[in-house]
Write a protein that binds this ligand. Sequence first.
Ligand code: SF4
Length: 329
Amino acid sequence: MSKAVALFSAGLDSILAVKIAQEEGISVTTLHFLVPFIQGKALDTCEKAVKKWASFLGVDLEIAPLGQEYLEIVKTPRYGYGKNLNPCIDCKMFMLKKAKEVMQKKGASFIVTGEVVGQRPKSQNKSIFAMMDKCSGLEGKVLRPLSAKILPPTYAESEKIVNRDKLYDIYGRGRTLQIKLAKKFGIEEYPQPAGGCLLTDASFCSRVEDLLTHNELNMDNVQLLKLGRHFRFSPSFKFVVGRDEAENNQLQEFLKEDDLYFEPQDLAGPSGLGRGRVCQDVKILAAQIIAKYTSSQEEEVRIKVSTDSSQKIIKVRVISAGKLKQLII
Ligand code: SF4
């Protein structure tokens, strides 16, 4: 039986692509990437969905977390960004290269993806597909069953491993044909696009931009980007404030040696995590921000500032609205 590796997001298109390959008698291993820029809660939902659909399809599943190596392409994408800081072409090429490694490990002979020509004009068109395949060392080895009939025949078709007549000619952003296909395969409840990649979100990208500017894009900081309000005091000091109890608790989990932790003393309110080069002015500014988000009516608010080895209470006035606006990212 011929083997293939399928890029698998557990979105409808990737499920259909696997199903079509299976109908052609291909043994498929699915490969799911844990992209660091998926919203935290969506990441859990997404991983559950991936496992559920892999089990539904009866396929092997490999889950590959993407780390610092992936962040390097976000810093300097060879093919540039999309509308925001989404380096889609480089990102997909990176995934194809990783898929090639899995393909070789599994003794598979080609890759399957659920990509559709014209679905994303900049990163999903015929010439980009050809370029991505070539640069990933997979020229002719990537089968896109949903759009195969409007793409040049691949190795799997030329070698009659799959029958080109059984593939599809879907083009563009519409979903009608995919929905019809889902029905044909008995897929009644298919997944809706979930969470999504935060690199396509303009307000999230202003936080990423800040990390890029200050050369601080690393996995720890990326996870921290997904929660709280973010403030930049100086090139070397960043402050994050929780928006609710859950985020306050999460911030504690992110604390590293040398970080500062701020919380109101004897008063309900948010917590804050400060990271970077500390001086007294920075501490006061951070405490003033925490004071702003408490319900205190007093002229001065008592804020506890903790480090690994010390605790200190400082009294501060609430930060002015103008100053807050200057500092928020
Ligand atoms: S949207 Fe995000 S995860 Fe998807 S291809 Fe683009 S950069 Fe990669």
